[in-house]
Design a protein around this ligand. Structure first.
Ligand SMILES: [Mg+2]
Length: 120
């Protein structure tokens, strides 16, 4: 099983992920509702994969990713966002995120991307 941490201020997104990943090789080991929490929990949990929302109250997902990756350069973080602006995508790449998935997401697309990132 691949251990996944979901970061999103929307509980609905988390619930959708739980449903989407049922009966797959991915297990959600932690759910965080803010960037600050994600940074703290990442150190403890060391998940194989993180899905990271961008817009959250307080610290946004780009900043949280930047901080996690500066301490753990091997962290596999996929941005999950309804934002599709070029500069956001560029910024995510610059930080070292392993890709971008747009909400609302489709099961096959999400699974495919998660599998690619896990394989490296
Ligand atoms: Mg959000």
């Amino acid at each position: 099983m691949a251990r996944l941490m979901v970061v999103d201020d929307s509980k609905i997104v988390y619930m959708n992920m739980v449903k989407l990943l049922q009966d797959t090789e991915f297990e959600i080991v932690h759910y965080c509702r803010s960037g600050e929490e994600a940074i703290e929990v990442y150190k403890e949990v060391r998940p194989d994969l993180v899905t990271m929302d961008i817009i959250m109250p307080g610290m946004d997902g780009l900043e949280a990713s930047r901080q996690i990756l500066s301490e753990f350069p091997d962290a596999r973080i996929i941005m999950f966002s309804s934002l599709a602006y070029d500069d956001t995508i560029e910024e995510a790449e610059k930080i070292g995120a392993k890709g971008f998935i747009y909400k609302p997401f489709e099961k096959e697309k999400v699974l495919c991307r998660l599998r690619e990132v896990i394989k490296g």
